[in-house]
Design a protein around this ligand. Sequence first.
Ligand SMILES: [Zn+2]
Length: 106
Amino acid sequence: MTDYEDTDPEELRSGLKKIRKRRWFFWITIMLYLPSMMLAMQAPQAGQAIVTVFIIWILLLIVAVALLALVRCPQCGNCFHMNGYSFRPVRNCFHCRLHLTADKQK
Ligand SMILES: [Zn+2]
């Protein structure tokens, strides 16, 4: 276990900022699903539009999950949201328990 003092505060801040940005991208992608589907259902060729929107959304989701899964913890250097093969987008580092807003708590 390492504590906050071992990490350069500037590095910690920019690392956590990157994680927060990627989390936003992930949640926005998930929330986009419903409105984009509703729009697609109103299209003249609804069936085709729904399939197109769904494929684009799945690709976006894969990118969002990959970005989130691969982001590194600025404190311990491990993947922030990953432990082995389990993925958990919670607010603490899986390995060193660093909180997402640790840079704002000081
Ligand atoms: Zn960590």
